[in-house]
Structure formats: C-alpha cells, structure tokens
Design a protein around this ligand. Structure first.
Ligand code: HPA
Length: 272
C-alpha cells in the first residue's frame, strides 16, 4: 500500500519533472470544476497510477492534476473515493500519501454535506473545525508504515487552527458567509433516517456527510495540515419537508460551486 504511493509519486515526477506542489486539494461532489481552472496543468487519470482506485459515482472524474492555482503550485485529486463504493478505508492511503510525497504540506478538502443546524440554509458553506468518524472503520487499519507516521496518531488538531483563521479571513474579504462546525462522516450510501439525524445532532455534529474524514486521518498521520469546507446542500433528513436525493445534492453543490471555488482560490493564493 505505501509502496503504491512511492511508485505513483515516482511515476508523476518522471512524467512531469520540475513540479513542486505545495498545496493538495481534494475536490468533492459537483465541485471538481476547480480542477479545470488549474493552469499549466498535467493530468494523470487514476487508472494510470499504481494503487489508485476508480471512482464510480456520478460527477467524480478521477484524475490527479498538477499545475498552478492563484499563482501557487497545487496537486488536485479531482474525484475521490467513497467507502460506500465498497472500497476498504485503506484505499485512500495512496491518494493522500502521493500528494505528501510530491511535496504538499497542506491539504484542502471540499465536500457536500447535510446541515444539522436549524438556522442553516442549503447552499451555505461550513468551515469544518473538527470531525467525528462515524464510519465504523479507519483508513490506517493494518500494519503501520512508520516512514509516514506513528501507529497512534493524535487527531487533536485535525483541522489546523491557523488555516481556519486564514480561511475565515479570505471569506470575510470576499463577503462570503462561512458557517463553522463539526462534520460527522457516516458510511452511506443511504441518506440518514430522521432518527440518525437526531443522533448526529445529539453527538454535537453540525453537518453530516460520507467523505473527507478518511483523507484527513491519512493526511494528519503523515503530518499534513488540513483545512476543509462543506457545501451544505440540504437539511438533514426530517429537518425539512423535502425527500433527499443525490440530484438535489448535486444541484446545490453546483449552485454554491462558484462561491466555493472563489473561496478556495483565495485561500490557496495566500500561500503564494
Ligand atoms: N447526508 C449525508 N451525506 C450528504 C448529505 C446528507 O444529508 N447531503 C450531502 N451529502
């Protein structure tokens, strides 16, 4: 597994020499458009990279893109894997570790999530300040590779306070409302029952989704700093009248994507 990351990074460095990405990006549902704005881009389909899985869900392309965004060298994962596709959680190891081996010290993640706070509105953005791993599995299961990080990594500062402050500054400059709170990841692929939504609220979560937590765990294990933003595409099940659907998720992700893309571009620009 860790060999896959080394092989993938070596292959990328051989085919795209001289690149030195500082910031890694994981682009979620309907938000992959940012990958298309990367300048001077070289793209590697996941199918060409050792150990990289093939995403299956609609709206997820599956490419690693190297290039420049807001004047900063970046490496983007356009299309991510979700555990509900049937992949073991360890599948995310090579994706995140390849970004680390390419030189990324920071990982920025976006996702679509259901809102748990009653005053939230679909289409709003939420800065993730902490997470709850409710997926019943962990991407670091199995033998630890000490060359990446320790057996028992701390998750106290999973979402860097300094990066949170930076993201809030950029949001304020752009006049973007940025909620904040705890993100709980469940396994999916079912949306939650109203009872599960009440459980998530009782646990102290502000948004619920099916991604991000595995990548953040692998990133923290190998010492990357993380910043993550959710697009709240809908109210959690039972909190509003509508029945949840993937189409609604994509529709609101699409509606908010211009705002989110500007926010992330502004944020990445602070690394110049
Ligand atoms: N639940 C879980 N995942 C989601 C949701 C939701 O309501 N909306 C977008 N992704």
């Amino acid at each position: 597994m860790s060999e896959d990351a080394r092989k993938a990074a070596a292959l990328i460095e051989e085919r795209a020499p001289g690149r030195n990405p500082k910031v890694g990006l994981v682009l979620g549902s309907g938000l992959g458009g940012l990958g298309d704005q990367v300048e001077d881009a070289v793209a590697f389909p996941f199918s060409e990279l050792p150990g990289f899985p093939q995403p299956t869900v609609e709206g997820h392309a599956g490419r690693l893109i190297l290039g420049t965004l807001s004047g900063v060298e970046v490496a983007c994962l356009q299309g991510r894997v979700h555990l509900y596709e049937g992949h073991p959680a360890t599948t995310v190891q090579p994706l995140v570790r390849t970004l680390k081996l390419l030189g990324c010290e920071t990982l920025v993640l976006t996702n679509a999530a259901g809102a748990l706070d009653l005053d939230a509105k679909p289409g709003q953005l939420m800065l993730i300040t902490d997470h709850i791993n409710g997926q019943g599995t962990n991407p670091l299961l199995g033998k630890n590779d000490d060359s990446f990080g320790p057996r028992f990594p701390a998750m106290t500062g999973a979402y860097s306070k300094a990066l949170q402050a930076r993201m809030k500054t950029v949001a304020a400059e752009q006049g973007v409302t940025l909620r904040e709170g705890t993100y709980i990841a469940l396994l999916g692929p079912t949306f939650e029952t109203p009872a599960e939504i009440r459980m998530c609220q009782a646990m102290g979560a502000n948004a619920v989704g099916m991604s991000t937590v595995p990548e953040v765990i692998v990133a923290r294990h190998c010492g990357m700093e993380c910043a993550a933003v959710s697009v709240l595409t809908n109210m959690g099940a039972g909190l509003a009248d509508e029945e949840l659907s993937h189409d609604q998720t994509l529709e609101f992700a699409q509606k908010a994507s211009a705002t989110l893309q500007e926010l992330i571009k502004g944020f990445v620009g602070t690394f110049a």
